[in-house]
Design a protein around this ligand. Structure first.
Ligand code: TRP
Ligand code: ZN
Length: 881
């Protein structure tokens, strides 16, 4: 484990390296505990660099076995080798030379899952961001682009399959049962895109003909016996390849494209050139083992990694501060792909829910950072919702400001101008400034300034003058190390909704630039006057979630109810209802804590019934509308002095009220949505299942609810329905015979399927209440649990800490103590996963004082532990600031 050195990396310190590595020839001789890695590097001194400049290569826990320059052993006086660094200080005076380095590594004991490691007896690699330096000494930074040739040698019995990046060029037998394969990747790439896989896996093959008529061999490699579970992923891959040609004009550029599914993986997946490596949870699916959400995730992540081929690989990042250059843009691209494959309106609502759940708390807490950070201690900790999701929103705003056509022209210019580059955010923004002729300098603040901007809007309609006036005020709350904020350029889409639900027209407008239904907010304060507005409209704001901001709008409840029933923009219509629900929940929370708040639940109950049964609305949309804001959503809206038990009680009460108000309607609809046809994972079928399962959740709260859910469980013909029923039984009827029977039956049936058991862990770890700590402790001893597998850890520990408000935030602090102890244990093996889990405490300052003190104690326990990894030290220190 790399312990913290306290070193801080700064954007302004960027400097090109003195040396380049033009070619990299790697030879692996694979053995579980003693793999030999030979690297032959063609090194070039950059023009103008002094001959005596040292070459300093990155390492991480390496053992050097041999070092030669131009075929001659380097004398020990000419270099300094430590596990973490190789410094060469007497180099040839010629501008170019060959450096040979041999290292020995131990994949079998690599539990951090970075570099070369073993997962289920398969050798695999993860090099982003700085894992390549755990394989060999290198200039392990994304602006060093090198042409790689890789030779892999292994025992044929142990590893009949040998894969690396690029195209296969040679393979054959060696003595003593060994064999080899050589792979060549013609595209210069940074070391973080290197990959190797070797093992015994089953293959699903297919092919794709590109728009220029080239045939590409496609392969998805999975554990033997699981081939039929890769069909959906393969289909998603082919649709992604086609879509990128049609929508962005991007064609694939190698003869083969391979995907490997591994079961031990720190993140979702990795875009290594020509050889994507996936967490198997995002490849394997069939109706019996995967939910509709799993299918949607697989489609999105297969697309995401494939799209990286252009946005990430052909054009990569100059340095890790530019991470959003590839991640934000690629998330934007996968969002658009899913929107085109599914329902655009529904997809947008889901995106915004994720952004608010994951990114808003980050932006509003101690870990806030700009989409392009300016400093970091551990880059692993910057693969965040801000870089990914807010980064995607920034790209979307560029499109909103420029329009679809100009945006596409900008993207075309980006590919043309920067293909083969290690580029920056400035490069990216410049192409859009060039194609549009606009000044995007204020807009670029979205990349550089942290915090969620707020827009306060009030409106006044003058009936006699037929004039609507909006007062818009922007503010950006302070974030750590940025106390004073600059004014942002915010595209605010809007509609003036008339009595018939249609948007009202206006003759003219002044006070801000308004084009294509978008107000461009650039100043602190705008008074925007619309003239010629025939009647008082209901104001629909931030349509389609045009900007990632919070809104404070003075609006009559009547207008919100009207918009919730009539806004022509699907997102805003959903938003109006969701705001009403949130308002009702906050009012109930305040009443529970002795305060006052108007109770309009009765009206909401009625509207919920109307939405549920409105056949003009897509079932998936109705399911989203009927899903109450989560406890975490409510806590975020309240903002401070959080008592999770009171929030839980308020939410339960509203849910039960909506259920009992609509009992009959919900029962009839629930029955009518029963589906006996052949399973299909398509969005429409999934939407009907989602609606039916939301209704089940409501009905399960009423008399006979446990029986209804138990019947649902028994009748379930797919994992979506089965997991939904199990969730409802475990959460609403804990300890009931029906719940206990379902939990046992599920485990008995799926004991040997780890990905399905993850759902079983998740459902139990999220059961609300103080018993959750003990439940999770007990489940950690279950045979299906594994403390080295990130998916298991996330299912159990991650769900408990981020998905169980009343359990984790137990008033006596036992949840926090258990958590700190567990994170410290995990850290010894896998610092990256431990640090990620530890972010669950980031909102500790918004808790009520007693819980706040207990959360702080847990944070201090971790902070006072010696020899913390850079990963965990960084998160804990920033969280405590
Ligand atoms: N680049 C990967 C993506 O597509 C992210 C990733 C995968 C990653 N594995 C990682 C980042 C390990 C850091 C460490 O989003
Ligand atoms: Zn990515």
């Amino acid at each position: 484990m790399r312990t913290d050195t306290g070193q801080v990396f700064k954007l302004e310190d960027y400097r090109p390296s003195d040396y380049l590595i033009l070619r990299t020839r790697l030879t692996f001789r694979l053995s579980p505990e003693a793999t030999m890695v030979k690297a032959e590097l063609t090194v070039e001194r950059r023009a103008g660099v002094a001959v005596d400049s040292p070459l300093i290569l990155d390492g991480d826990g390496l053992a050097l076995r041999r070092i030669e320059i131009d075929g001659v052993a380097v004398p020990t006086s000419a270099y300094d080798a430590s596990p973490d660094c190789l410094a060469l200080n007497a180099l040839p005076s010629t501008p170019r030379f060959t450096l040979l380095i041999e290292t020995q590594i131990d994949p079998a004991h690599n539990e951090a899952l970075m570099g070369l490691y073993r997962s289920n007896n398969v050798y695999c690699t993860q090099c982003e961001a700085e894992g390549f330096r755990r394989i060999t000494y290198f200039l392990d930074r994304p602006d060093i682009l090198s042409v790689f040739t890789v030779r892999i040698e292994a025992r044929r019995k142990e590893a009949p399959l040998l894969l690396s990046n690029g195209n296969p060029v040679e393979s054959g037998d060696l003595a003593d049962g060994w064999h080899y394969a050589v792979w060549e990747d013609p595209h210069p790439k940074p070391s973080y895109l290197f990959a190797l896989v070797a093992g015994d896996l089953g293959k699903v093959g297919d092919s794709f003909t590109t728009m220029s008529g080239r045939e590409v061999d496609l392969g998805i490699y999975v554990e033997h016996g699981k081939e039929r579970l890769a069909g959906y992923a393969m289909d998603a891959l082919k649709r992604s390849m086609k879509w990128d040609e049609e929508v962005f004009g991007r064609e694939y550029d190698l003869d083969v494209f391979n995907i490997v599914a591994v079961s031990d993986f720190n993140m979702g997946a990795m875009e290594n050139k020509g050889l994507n490596i996936f967490n198997d949870k995002y490849v394997l699916a069939d109706e019996e083992t995967a939910t509709d959400a799993d299918f949607a995730n697989i489609e999105a992540i297969i697309a995401h990694e494939y799209f990286h081929n252009w946005t990430g690989n052909r054009i990569t990042c100059r340095d890790w501060f530019q991470l959003c250059l590839k991640e934000g843009l690629t998330v934007y691209r996968d969002h658009e792909f899913s929107a085109d494959q599914r329902s655009r309106g529904v997809k947008r609502i889901a995106e915004v829910r994720t952004l608010r759940a994951m990114q808003f708390p980050e932006d509003q807490g101690p870990l806030a950072h700009p989409v392009r950070p300016r400093r970091y201690r551990e880059i692993n900790n910057f693969y965040t919702a801000t870089v990914y999701e807010k980064g995607s929103e920034v790209v979307r705003m560029i499109r909103t400001l420029l329009g679809a056509e100009t945006f596409r022209a900008g993207m075309d210019l980006y590919f043309l101008r920067h293909d083969g580059d290690a580029a920056t955010i400035e490069d990216f923004v410049q192409v859009f400034a060039d194609v549009s002729g606009r000044d995007l300098s204020q807009f670029a603040l979205w990349y550089n300034q942290a915090g969620t901007p707020n827009l306060t809007v009030s409106s006044h309609y003058d009936a006699a003058a037929k004039q609507l006036t909006l007062e818009i005020e922007q503010s950006v709350p302070p974030t750590p190390s940025e106390s004073r904020k600059r004014l942002m350029h915010i595209p605010l889409a809007f509609g003036l909704v008339g009595k018939d639900g249609k948007d009202l027209l206006y003759d003219s407008v002044d006070g801000a630039t308004v084009e294509g239904g978008v107000i461009q907010v650039r100043k602190r304060h705008h008074t925007v006057r619309f003239s010629g507005v025939a009647a008082r409209p209901a104001l629909s704001l931030n349509r389609g979630f045009s900007a990632p901001v919070t809104l404070s709008v003075e609006q009559k409840a009547d207008d919100k109810f009207f918009l919730a029933g009539h806004d022509s923009d699907a997102f805003s219509r959903w938003q109006a209802f969701n705001t009403l629900l949130t308002d009702a929940l906050i009012a109930a929370f305040r009443r529970l804590r002795g305060g006052k708040g108007t109770d309009f639940a009765a009206r909401l109950g009625g509207l919920a019934g109307t939405i549920a049964t409105n056949g003009d609305l897509e079932p998936a949309y109705r399911a989203l509308a009927l899903t109450l804001p989560s406890e975490a959503d409510i806590a975020r809206e309240i903002g401070k002095d959080i008592d999770p038990d009171a929030i839980f009680a308020a939410r339960e009460a509203l849910a039960t009220f909506i259920a009992s108000t609509n009992r009959q309607r919900f029962e009839v609809l629930y029955d009518s949505l029963r589906d006996n046809s052949q399973f299909s994972p398509d969005a429409e079928s999934a939407g009907r299942r989602a609606l039916r399962n939301v209704l089940l959740d409501y009905l399960s709260r009423l008399d006979g609810g446990a029986e209804t859910a138990a019947r649902h469980f028994k009748a379930a013909a797919n994992m979506t329905d089965l997991a939904a029923a199990l969730m409802v039984l475990a959460h609403r009827h804990p300890g009931s015979p029906q719940a206990d029977a379902a939990i046992a039956a599920f485990a008995a049936k799926y004991a040997s399927d780890p990905l399905v058991m993850d759902k079983w862990f998740q459902i139990q770890a999220s059961v609300p209440g103080p018993q959750a700590v003990d439940t999770v402790r007990m489940l950690m001893t279950h045979p299906a649990f594994s403390s080295t597998n990130p998916n298991r850890l996330r299912s159990l520990i991650g769900t408990f800490s981020s998905g169980n408000q009343t359990g984790f935030h137990r008033a006596d602090g036992a949840g926090y103590r258990f958590f700190a102890e567990t994170v410290l244990e995990i850290e010894k093996r896998n610092p990256q996963v431990a640090a990620r889990l530890a972010t669950a405490l980031r909102s500790w300052r918004s808790l009520e004082p007693a819980r706040q003190a207990k959360a702080k104690e847990a944070l201090l326990t971790m902070a006072n532990t010696s020899n913390l990894s850079a990963d965990l030290r960084d998160i804990i220190d920033r969280t405590l600031v």
